[in-house]
Design a protein around this ligand. Structure first.
Ligand code: NAD
Length: 485
């Protein structure tokens, strides 16, 4: 049944269809998306099952046979138009993000611009997929390597960046000549649907970019994992689910990219600019109420400056405005759901029961809010030092020397992002080279950018998104050998 999106304005209570083969599909079953700030229904989604997944699969295969043969210039033109459309609807997309997962509206606008930056970048990168020639040991042979789109892609995205996690996958896939099926998180699928509506609006061919909305991720995904036609899984989400999908990809030997959880250390040496470190920990820790994979989960401060750092951070945290994410001056919105609030509360209670002190915050507020919190006297062995908190809690740990803090920072299965603050150039190089992380911010608490290779090592994942590296994830290298007469 046709269920077109005629307006980008996210009106509460609206029904959104799934986008399959260029059609808006309304299923018999539906599921609700909650607005976490109001704790009421924001949207009703079509609920795809195996039948819709199979339709999308058929369409992605059909679309791939023609999309892979378009020129890079044609794909770049469409991606540029999509970028312009996203920016033209920045406000409505920001409102959708904010309403479906609680991000403060100004941050949500920022996310839309960040999401669009990937589309603009990959419009350009599409035209830079180069091949190579290389010498043969035989005089009569000529050798080449070129790059081919890997094939239809299955993309599974998390709730915390409902726009950026979609474009960071879809834009490079389309640029490479792949088709892509997105399965957005059930908590925040509206933004993905609106992004697909804009792709349709600018003339994106049917079946090139499809969205399967569902509250049964395992059922829909099984169709994709069982299919040999789907050649690539690109996943962003928790390490537990990523590990499971990695195993499920093995049966058909799919190419796999995994952007998983993190547990970022933020190290402040005695010679750092303390005000700058405090400014940036505010951004790094409290953006999106701490629900970010690269946000710091452990702040290590050298003993001689620890007291001053904690006092300044506490003052800044006290001044944070907690409120309705729709208000322009709100800095901390609600957490995504009740389970998230309970997890954050558990981390704080556990830390306090093992000797940590609360300098500010430390408890939940009404609704799904958790007060921004600073803890001190935090130590190894507390839950918060091991598991992602995904909430607005800044735990301070005091350290004495460089070797000690490097060992502490690396003592985790995660390896996504790490930060260090120092004014000593030699220390900056020395420490950054020893940190076992995919991303290191040196005097930089917000290194993420569309141009850079974003991704982790160890339990934080495989592959990179962004820049030329993000495109390579959707390309296979083909070796061509020509024997001359
Ligand atoms: P999640 O792992 O619970 O869910 C992610 C996606 O997987 C969702 O779309 C969900 O529907 C799907 N999923 C869940 N079970 C599935 C199954 N059995 N089969 C197929 N799909 C399934 O993660 P989340 O709560 O949405 O997101 C938060 C997590 O994502 C955090 O761990 C965070 O660190 C991580 N994250 C990582 C990055 C990164 O770039 N490394 C970025 C954002 C978020």
């Amino acid at each position: 049944m046709e269920h077109a999106i005629n307006s980008m304005q996210p009106v509460p209570g609206r029904h959104y269809g799934a986008f399959i083969n260029g059609q808006w599909i309304k299923t018999d079953k539906s599921f609700d998306v909650q607005n976490p700030a109001k704790q009421e229904r924001f949207a009703i989604m079509s609920n795809c099952g195996t039948a819709e997944a199979e339709s999308a699969l058929t369409a992605t295969v059909a679309a791939f046979s023609s999309w892979k043969n378009t020129t890079a210039a044609q794909r770049a033109t469409l991606l540029k138009a999509w970028h312009a459309a996203i920016m033209a609807h920045q406000e409505e997309l920001a409102l959708a993000i904010s309403s479906e997962m609680g991000k403060p509206i100004l941050e949500a606008r920022g996310e839309v611009a960040y999401a669009a930056a990937y589309v603009e970048l990959y419009a350009e990168e599409a035209t830079r997929v180069y091949g190579e020639t290389f010498p043969s040991q035989h005089a009569h042979k000529r050798l080449f390597a070129n790059r081919q789109p890997v094939g239809p892609v299955y993309a599974v995205t998390p709730w915390n960046f409902p726009a950026a996690m979609v474009t960071r996958k879809v834009a490079p896939a389309l640029a490479a000549g792949c088709t892509v099926i997105v399965k957005p998180a059930e908590q925040s699928p509206v933004t993905a649907v609106l992004l697909a509506a804009l792709w349709e609006k600018v003339g994106g061919p049917a079946g090139t970019f499809q969205v399967l909305t569902t509250d049964d991720p395992a059922g829909v995904s099984k169709v994709m994992f069982d299919s040999r036609a789907v050649r690539k899984l690109t996943f962003t989400g928790s390490t537990a689910v990523g590990r499971m999908l990695y195993q499920q990809s093995a049966g058909t030997i799919k190419k796999v990219s995994l952007e998983l959880g993190g547990h970022a250390p933020f190290i402040v040496f005695h010679d750092a600019d303390i005000d700058r470190a405090v400014d940036e920990v505010m951004l790094c820790k409290f953006r999106n109420a701490g629900q970010t994979c690269v946000c710091t989960n452990r702040i290590y401060v050298q003993r001689s400056i620890a007291e001053a750092f904690a006092a300044r951070l506490t003052d800044r945290v006290k001044a944070l405005k907690v409120g309705d994410p729709a208000d322009f001056d709100t800095q901390i919105g609600p957490l995504v759901d009740r389970a998230a609030v309970e997890k954050v509360q558990f981390h704080v209670l556990d830390a306090v029961s093992k000797g940590a002190r609360v300098l500010v915050g430390g408890k939940a507020k009404s609704g799904l809010y958790f007060l921004p919190t600073v803890l001190t006297d935090v130590a190894a062995g507390m839950e918060i030092m091991q598991e992602e908190t995904f909430g607005p809690v800044a735990p301070i740990v005091i350290f004495d020397n460089e070797d000690e803090v490097i060992a502490l920072a690396n003592d985790t299965p995660y390896g996504l992002a790490a930060y260090l603050y120092t004014s000593n150039l030699s220390r900056a190089f020395r420490v950054s080279e020893k940190l076992e992380y995919g991303i290191v911010g040196i005097n930089d608490g917000a290194p993420s950018t569309a141009q850079g290779p974003f991704g982790g090592i160890k339990d934080s994942g495989l592959g990179r998104e962004g820049g030329k590296w993000g495109l390579e994830e959707f390309l296979d290298v083909r070796f061509v050998s020509i024997g001359l007469d």
